[in-house]
Design a protein around this ligand. Sequence first.
Ligand SMILES: [Zn+2]
Length: 243
Amino acid sequence: MVFVCACVFGFVPVTSAEFVTQYRIPADPGLRQLHDEFVRTRLLEDVAAGLNAELKLPRKVTLMLDECGVANALYDPDTSRIVLCYELFADLARRIGQIEEAETLIGGAFSFILLHELGHALIDQLDLPVTGREEDAADQLATVALIDADEGGVDAVAGAAVWFASLATDGEIDTLEFADEHGLNAQRFYNLLCWVYGADPAANADVVGEDGLPESRAGQCPAEYARLSASWERPLGPHAARP
Ligand SMILES: [Zn+2]
């Protein structure tokens, strides 16, 4: 079979849509080591390869590490870029670096954040219906993807839960916090505990109890997780890379 380039007919040639990676070299020397470490460990490349093995999207999505000036992560629908800021990783290390198993927790939280932004990318690219808060749907996708991925998934979600706990406001809450498109950090913390427990109540029973998930919420978590998991799997099925 002879391949004829469609470009001779004036069409835009179709390139294969896939996840690709990009690194900006930070101007801040304090972040340069972080950049070098990411490049060396090829973490983003591994994530991109994993996503390419699972999903086929209509447009290319770039996973980018950038110097942002703030600790942040975002999905930009105009450029189809998931931007992860070096400063965010540095902030994670500062917040939870002293806790036992810090390396696992920080890596897990960072993976969760990346997959949360993937949730926004999927909602945009696949024009998925969202009838609740999109931020909650993105947290749910990140949780389902990590728990389904491998045995370390629960630890990764735990890392994100610890991160939310570190961000949660102690004491009186400023009224303006309720105006944010995200749930309160304490709510996101309890949601993650609920979904981890709901995914496998026997294996993850230790998240229920004092300082953890209250019994009053735990009872409904298996049904809650089953519903949110199916809500993500169903629309993604037709976009699986392998039939
Ligand atoms: Zn978000």
